[in-house]
Design a protein around this ligand. Structure first.
Ligand code: LLP
Length: 463
């Protein structure tokens, strides 16, 4: 971006001249459907609506900051994944992306299964009526109490993550007089092209058991000998926010290779493989995510081809999308508090939330988009940084984005694609009150997770 291209905004440091914010979009009022939930549109009077309700009305009724989740979009995405994978495969929604009792009910109604990774997620799932056999229990350090609860409840599978856990789960299951269905999570040695903190298939990290050096084969050997376990398959999750299918294909190939070795050594054909989640979504107009049917086809083809070559019956495939289902369905609505122009540097737009409701920008250097949603504006674009209200200079919500230069305190702005890992990773930093999640559908809005109150804070602080 040349400085003269934006006479209305202040000048900006050279570091801001690359990437998707190098030039402003042709029309700041336009909403790119790639990054917004399906029922979001701008009404004739200029205010944005979701599920047929204006955001100005939503802000009045529910306050800001708040997450608004498009329920029909969520359900449509569940169906798209279920249809793409068909009756011979299973889709497990990864609850860590965002979980609430309403979400569990929607998943149940739309025919999805659920992946949980803590006692809290398991409780939410069971409380909202998800049948235990449709739940997979994950985690690299499940406690004995959590394992006992999961086995007692009868979860469909526990995904084993270490040699110690193989023995631990078997022991607990035997004590409870059960034989627990399990998968073994392996690390396939793929370098996923994503942020280091969300890549999980290289060997030097805490999850899973490496295929390299025969460790995974040894894990299978041990699991097959233990009476408390019914080993049903192998699991691999290579990381998150991945667009390139190549990593999944390598992962699938290596998992099938292990199944072949297991067949050759033990005469046992493990009936299931799980290829994890991790499919990327569009946070900005530059991102081009894959559709579920493309993913299903790519994975299905590679698994059947490899199995055929090895003379194995094709196992039942499962996947665990979290972000790809819930991420695009929600946006965070903020009210602008101050607009600060730092001459020759940058314009800071401060909103009434921040890193407590979206830690992803600070943690992963994540990119987001933002739009003025309470009205239309034809003012010149200005390049801004959207920041929160926390006592931390890394408290950035959107690093660089264009907003109209007449932006003023009281305007509402919204950050799309915040359905995944925003509310679920929210914190009380600075004693912030975590925002509510409001589900919107067909002209009706209802709170599914209420806003925290100061009484909630004081109730935990027992003095
Ligand atoms: N399955 C397993 C075993 C996982 O560990 C994860 C994510 C998923 C499925 C779902 O991945 P998804 O489809 O949502 O990418 N907090 C980070 C992401 C960490 C994900 C951890 N595991 C973020 O905000 O990007």
């Amino acid at each position: 971006m040349s400085r003269s291209a934006h006479p209305a905004g202040p000048r900006h440091a050279d570091v801001l001249t690359e990437g998707h914010y190098a030039a402003p979009p042709a029309d700041l009022n336009a909403l790119d459907e790639k990054v917004w939930a399906r029922t979001v549109s701008r009404g004739d009077d200029g205010a944005v609506t979701v599920g047929g309700i204006e955001v100005t009305r939503l802000a009045e009724e529910f306050g800001t900051p708040a997450y608004f989740l498009d329920e029909s979009d969520f359900r449509a995405r569940c169906r798209a994944w279920a249809d793409a994978f068909g009756a011979d495969a299973d889709v497990f929604y990864a609850g860590k992306a965002f979980l609430s009792r309403a979400v569990v009910r929607w998943l149940k109604e739309e025919g999805l299964n659920l992946d949980v990774c803590s006692g809290g997620e398991l409780t939410t799932a069971l409380d909202a009526g998800m049948p235990a056999e449709r739940i997979a229990f994950h985690g690299n350090n499940k406690t004995v109490a959590e394992i006992e609860r999961a086995v007692r409840a009868g979860v469909g599978r526990i995904v084993l993550d270490s040699f110690q856990e193989i023995v631990r789960v078997s022991h607990i299951a035997q004590q409870l007089g059960r034989r627990q269905r399990v998968q073994i999570r392996v690390t396939v040695g793929v370098e996923a092209h994503t942020h280091e903190f969300i890549a999980t298939a290289h060997e030097d990290q805490k999850f899973g058991i490496a295929l390299a050096g025969g460790q995974a084969a040894e894990a299978v050997r041990r699991a097959l000998t233990l009476d408390g376990l019914e080993l049903v398959g192998i699991h691999s999750h290579i990381g998150s926010q991945i667009f390139d299918m190549a990593g999944f294909e390598v992962s699938a190939r290596r998992v099938v290779q292990l199944l072949t070795e297991v067949r050759d050594e033990h005469g046992v054909e493990l009936p299931e493989i799980d290829l994890g989640g991790g499919l990327g979504i569009a946070y900005t107009s530059d991102d081009d995510p894959r559709e579920p049917h493309e993913i299903a086809k790519a994975l299905g083809d590679i698994v059947s081809r490899e199995c055929e070559a090895a003379g194995l019956a094709t196992p039942r495939i499962s996947v665990e999308p979290g972000r790809a289902i819930v991420g695009p369905t929600a946006f965070t609505l903020y009210e602008v508090g101050t607009v600060k122009h730092l001459e020759g540097l940058r314009t800071y737009v401060s909103v009434d939330g921040g890193m407590s409701d979206n830690i992803r920008t600070a943690l992963y250097d994540a990119e987001y988009s933002v739009a003025l949603v309470s009205r239309r504006s034809d003012a010149e674009p200005m390049l801004v940084r959207v920041v929160g209200k926390h006592c931390e200079s890394g408290d950035i919500v959107v690093k660089d984005a264009f907003l109209p230069s007449d932006l003023a305190p009281g305007d509402l702005i919204a950050v799309p694609a915040t359905g995944a890992y925003c509310r679920s990773m929210a914190s009380n930093y600075n004693h912030a009150l975590r925002p509510p999640v409001v589900a919107v559908r067909d002209g009706e809005a209802r709170v599914i997770v209420r806003r925290e109150t100061e009484e909630d804070l004081l109730r935990l602080d027992v003095g």
